[in-house]
Structure formats: C-alpha cells, structure tokens
Design a binder for this molecule. Structure first.
Ligand code: SF4
Length: 369
C-alpha cells in the first residue's frame, strides 16, 4: 500500500512524544501519530487513517442532485486570513485561527480508501472536485504526495475530476494529469485574487506568489489544459478597484487563461474575528468601512455585490475573458463532463471504465515555496 512507507515505525524519528498514539488528547479519529518535520518549520502534521474519502455535498450542478468532493488534508498552511474553511477546525478541538494554518490533518490512506469507494457497483462516476475546502497542493503535499494516488484512482474508475488550488506544486502532477486526460475530463482552476505583492504576502502568507501561480497557469496551458482563474475573494476598497481588476485580467490573459470568475468577501463566524484582527493590524483606516459593509452578516449588501459584479463583468469582457460556469454544489467550475448534451452522452458512455493508467514515476517529495 502506498502509505506503508509512512507507518509510524518508518518515520518515528520526528514523532512527538505524547502525540504518537490514538490516546492523544486531540479529537482525531484514526490518529496514527503527530509529527513536526524540521523542514516544515512551524507546521504540525497529524497523520490519520481515514474511513472515507468521498464527501457528498448537496445541490449539484449540471442536473445532478449533489456533488462530490475529496479533501486529503484538513487545515491549510496557505493560511489565507479570509479562508472560509477555518471554522471546520473547531470540530477537531483546534482553533480556527493559528491552529488552522499550522496544524494540518493528513489522511495517509485517502487514495486506497477512495479506490475502494470507486469500485462499488453503485458508484455513478459523477464528477469529483478537489480543493473545495482545503488546498490539496498545500505544503504538506510536498511531503505526503497524496494527489497522484487520488488522480490515478479517479482516472482508473472513469471518474471526471476537477482541481482548484493556489499551490504551484500542481506542476509536479501535470504530466500525470496529461496522461489521464484522454480517459476522463480534467478541469483545472487556480485561485489568484490579489495582484498587489505586498497585500498578497500579508493576507495569504503561506501561499506561492501571484507570479508563481500565473506561471503555473502558463504551464497548465502549455500542457494542453484550459485552466480558469478564481478571483475569490475580492476585497472591498483593496482589490475591487478598476485599476486592480484591470491589472488582474490583463495578467490572467497574458498567462494564457481564457476564463475567470470572482466572488465578494464572505466573513462568516470564526473567520470574521480572524479577518478583523488582521485588518486592524494592517489596514486600520479600513476598519470602519468594513464594519459597515459587514454589519448585517457574512455578506456585504446586495447593492455592493451587484455593483461589483457589473464592474468585474465589464473589465473582464474588455480583456476578452469569459466567466466559467460553476457547479453550485462544490463551488468549482462545472465539469466539462456536464457541459452539454454531447458531453453528457460521452459521460454516460463511460459505463465501461477506461484502461487503468500506468503508474507514473513517483515524484521526489519537494516543497516549491
Ligand atoms: S488556500 Fe484555500 S483552503 Fe488554503 S487557506 Fe487559502 S483559502 Fe483556505
């Protein structure tokens, strides 16, 4: 099994005393051990054996009643201040702030569990989205390399997949994705919302730079994909200006993407506190404006959202870009497998799974940022 080399005995040298058994005080089902590898300074990895891999989410797009997602990690070292997934860490008795950024749960056996789930006769080969809750190409992926096994399992079962990420580590898997793309639809998206370097480093401190992500878009285009860009979220007064949008869409177009989609900033419970602490520290002059915009809940007023949508649409069109269709269940781009009647027919013809893809050469574990 792929994770056999990662059993406790194999890497016991960096296991933490008191955290290496299921008796840990942490509310983690299936905990194998906890490690703090020196090459990942400031990060703690809680390695678990997951019972399931596929998550069913309601409200699917393309005529489907629900969508499917996989999250190989919980928590995210990309550490975006605005991350909407922060409160999910509280279910683990960890906090939604610093713990979300620094204490990452790793599902060591996710690919093996997934392969079993995909082999069930009841599996309909509906599209599966990766990167909807936490980033599958965050730093931990450089150590654990879970994504190749996930991609192989999905492709071998004839299941369309989509990936949304901020991680430039995606480049490592482009050859594998190229090899499976003739068998199953593969949709790639990169989240790049901030084109001001200083602001980007401040609010997304664990992410690769905007330049590096745009270069990854270019690499995906050169590999034959048609990636979309997610400008999510746009920040009132900070990144919703015409000048910022103009630069954003110009650079997206220059990188080779042909579609881009935006959303306004959402500040739900658990995120709101963390975000305002950052705003007070970094942009105290904006606090009053944001408090007014978010006085009624997690979303800014409808009027602001309508204004923003009109502005984005205008600037996007001026740069010759389009808005991709989204899957309402997963929030990612709607799978090309569901794009129209012809594609639907093609999807239904996948009743016979394609020949399993050849196992790729295992990449050397590496962090790119
Ligand atoms: S990359 Fe995505 S999942 Fe990770 S912290 Fe940023 S917004 Fe959250």
């Amino acid at each position: 099994m792929r994770w056999s080399s990662q059993k406790p005995t194999a890497l016991a040298a960096d296991a933490l005393p008191g955290f290496d058994s299921p008796d840990s005080a942490l509310a983690l089902s299936g905990l194998v051990r906890t490690v703090r590898p020196p090459e990942f300074a400031g990060l703690t990895f809680h390695e678990v054996l997951a019972k399931s891999a596929l998550n069913r989410v309601p409200g699917g797009g393309g005529g489907l009643p629900f969508g499917w997602t996989i999250n190989p990690y919980r928590g995210c070292s990309h550490a975006c201040v605005y991350c909407f997934a922060r409160p999910t860490h509280e279910y683990l008795d960890l906090d939604a702030g610093r713990d979300f950024d620094a204490q990452v749960v790793v599902k060591l056996n996710v690919a093996e569990v997934l392969a079993r789930e995909l082999a069930r006769p009841s599996w309909q080969r509906d599209p599966v989205a990766l990167g909807t809750n936490t980033d599958p190409y965050q730093r931990a992926e450089g150590r654990y390399a879970l994504m190749p096994g996930i991609i192989e399992a999905l492709a071998a079962s004839g299941t369309p997949l989509s990936i949304l990420t901020k991680g430039t580590l995606l480049r490592r898997d482009l050859p594998l994705l190229q090899s499976v793309a003739p068998s199953v639809p593969v949709d790639l998206s990169m989240s790049i919302a901030i084109y001001d370097h200083e602001l980007q480093q401040s609010i997304e401190p664990g992410t690769p730079s905007t330049d590096a992500r745009l270069a990854t878009i270019r690499a995906a285009v050169d590999a034959g994909f048609t990636p979309s860009v997610f400008l999510m979220p746009l920040l009132p007064d900070l990144t919703d200006t015409r000048a910022h949008l103009d630069e954003a869409f110009a650079r997206i177009r220059e990188a080779g993407a042909r579609s881009a989609v935006h959303s306004s900033l959402r500040l739900g419970p658990g995120v709101r506190e963390w975000f305002f602490a950052w705003l007070e520290r970094e942009h105290p002059d904006r606090v009053e404006r944001y408090r007014a915009l978010y006085s009624d809940g997690p979303h800014p007023p409808k009027a602001y959202r309508a204004w923003l949508a009109a502005r984005v649409d205008e600037v996007r069109r001026a740069h010759g870009l389009r808005a991709p269709a989204l899957d309402t269940a997963t929030g990612t781009v709607r799978s090309t497998a569901l794009a129209g009647p012809r594609q639907r027919a093609a999807a239904s013809r996948r009743a016979v799974p394609p020949t399993p893809v050849a196992a790729p050469v295992r990449p050397v574990a590496a962090t790119l940022f």
